[in-house]
Design a protein. Structure first.
Length: 528
């Protein structure tokens, strides 16, 4: 219709002209003009059937990129909590999606491992001169976190000592450094445990925390100062003024890169990290996943990095932000006492609730498969609830909704996969042997086939926009279409090519569900 407007003609007339000059008989069985000028193209069933049977699930991108993905990146002076969930889960899904279509993904876990918050942990350890008390504290980082912050809140002299520890850290005083290293080793272990329980692909080798850039900061400032007019001094501090960033009062809002006391900032470290990602990691594309409160930080970061020529002109810099997780009351999701919900507690509760669900749904499940099913359903439900929503919006955390076996939920999709596995088990057929093209002589088969062949397109969309909810919506629709087919079309009771073709449809659906869910970081099960 837009084209008709440009050509100053009637859209229906233009549509008819297009149909007359189309030559797609090898793909389409009919093309019709509909309504004000739409084209309805009906794909040929034999072409669809052939592709369902023989085309690869995914074709790799012919021009793979090097993509650096900064996600999860928790501040580790505190225990990991629900505020870290979205970046971790969404960043992980997008990374897997890019890998699936052949890009080189370099994960960067930019952990907060430096700065004032570590002073209290070090001061707390210092105060325990009894080696066995220290050992007990270090055996359980979660306890250390709680004890140190309680002391910090309640004891002013301790708070002062904590502050002086920060200075010792900054001047690399050996005792403070060794305590810091000790604490960090434990904190990293705590983080790895959480990742393992959540099936997150981040590995210790992906960690490059803020402290890794400490030695780069002074030379970086020098480099930026060499750009005529870029860095200015203001009340002893170093700033970059960029006219597009204004305060509410209308003044230019400076980007602070060194404080008047010589200290560096979150911005400064991120500039150094960006330089590293371009120069050393050779990124074509750098993607960051944080909540929407950091929009301005990243806008300034990208603008300054371009002005300071820290990145190549064609390097794509992308901040993919997301909304908040809300509780049932519409406020940010917290404990009743108003504290952050810890990820380990959240995971424990997910397992507990999944256990109840599985016990009611399938009380006869084999004991040796039970734990696996409970775990996959619990973790799948939590991740899928997040991934299935447009990340730009806030969403409400709702246990009953995410664990439901119907609707757009992980258990619904996992259950469909288990059903498909059941068909193959019962029929004693190996799905990878199914090569007979389906005939698609019913509407539900045709609709299932068309949808199956859109998988590649959806994966590419997720890779471009970093929005995993496209893939969730696709997999949900796939499952709905499969269930319609399954209810209306007999499979194992058929014979010959009808049976074989329908088994091919089942096999392709199973493979798509499995790959799709794996791309979201969610496991499938052959029994549930
Ligand atoms: N540690 C930061 C936080 O918890 C997130 C870091 C995101 N990555 C980055 N390169 N700034 O808010």
């Amino acid at each position: 219709m837009a084209a008709a407007k440009q050509a100053r003609t009637n859209p229906r007339q233009l549509a008819n002209d297009v149909v007359d000059s189309l030559d797609i008989d090898d793909l389409a069985s009919s093309v019709e003009v509909a309504g004000p000028g739409f084209l309805n193209i009906r794909l040929r069933d034999d072409v669809l059937g052939e592709r369902i049977a023989n085309s690869p699930l995914i074709e790799k991108d012919p021009t793979p990129l090097r993509v650096v993905i900064d996600y999860s990146s928790p501040n580790l002076a505190k225990e990991m909590h629900v505020g870290h969930l979205r970046s971790t889960v969404i960043g992980d899904a997008v990374s897997r999606c890019l890998e699936l279509i052949g890009h080189t993904v370099i994960r960067q876990n930019h952990i907060g491992d430096w700065g004032t918050a570590f002073g209290r942990l070090i001061a707390y350890l210092d105060d325990l001169d009894d080696p066995s008390a220290m050992a007990a504290e270090l055996a359980d980082i979660e306890r250390l976190y709680v004890h140190a912050s309680q002391r910090f809140e309640s004891d002013a002299a301790f708070a002062d000592r904590a502050r002086s520890k920060v200075i010792e850290l900054q001047s690399k005083e050996p005792r403070a450094m060794s305590r810091w290293e000790h604490v960090m080793a434990l904190a990293r272990e705590h983080m790895s445990d959480i990742y393992a329980r959540l099936d997150i692909a981040l590995k210790p080798g992906d960690i490059r925390g803020e402290s890794a850039y400490n030695d780069d900061l002074a030379p970086l400032i020098e480099e930026l100062e060499n750009h005529e007019g870029l860095v200015s001094e203001s009340e002893g501090a170093l700033c970059i003024f960029m006219p597009q960033f204004k305060t509410k009062a209308g003044d230019t809002q400076p980007m602070l890169i060194r404080k008047s006391d010589g200290g560096y900032l979150y911005h400064t470290t991120d500039l150094a990290a960006l330089k590293y990602r371009t120069e050393t990691l050779h990124a074509d594309r750098v993607m960051y996943f944080t909540d929407a409160r950091q929009i301005l930080h990243f806008e300034m970061l990208f603008a300054a990095a371009r002005l300071g020529k820290l990145v190549n002109e064609n390097t794509s810099l992308e901040h993919h932000h997301f909304g908040k997780i809300l509780g049932g009351d519409g406020k940010p999701f917290k404990t009743r006492a108003g504290d952050n919900i810890l990820l380990r507690d959240l995971i424990d509760e997910a397992i507990e609730r999944s256990t109840q669900t599985i016990e009611t749904k399938n009380p006869d499940l084999d004991a040796d498969r039970r734990a696996d099913v409970i775990d996959a359903v619990a973790i799948g439900a939590v991740k899928y609830a997040d991934l299935s929503k447009n990340r730009l919006h806030d969403y409400t955390f709702d246990w009953d909704e995410m664990l439901a076996f119907d609707g757009n939920t992980a258990p619904y999709l996992q259950y469909a996969y288990a059903r498909i596995s059941g068909i193959f088990e019962k029929g004693e057929v190996n799905p990878t042997d199914c090569k007979v093209p389906p005939v698609l002589n019913t509407a539900v088969e045709h609709q299932l086939a068309v949808h199956l062949l859109r998988f590649q397109e959806v994966i590419e969309q997720v890779a471009t926009d970093a929005k995993p909810h496209y893939l969730c919506a696709y997999l949900y629709e796939l499952t709905v279409r499969f269930m319609r087919f399954y209810e209306q079309c007999p499979i194992l009771s058929e014979t010959g090519s009808t049976k074989d073709g329908r088994l091919t449809l089942c096999a392709r659906t199973g493979a798509t569900l499995k790959t799709g869910l794996a791309t979201l970081g969610i496991r499938v099960l052959t029994t549930m």
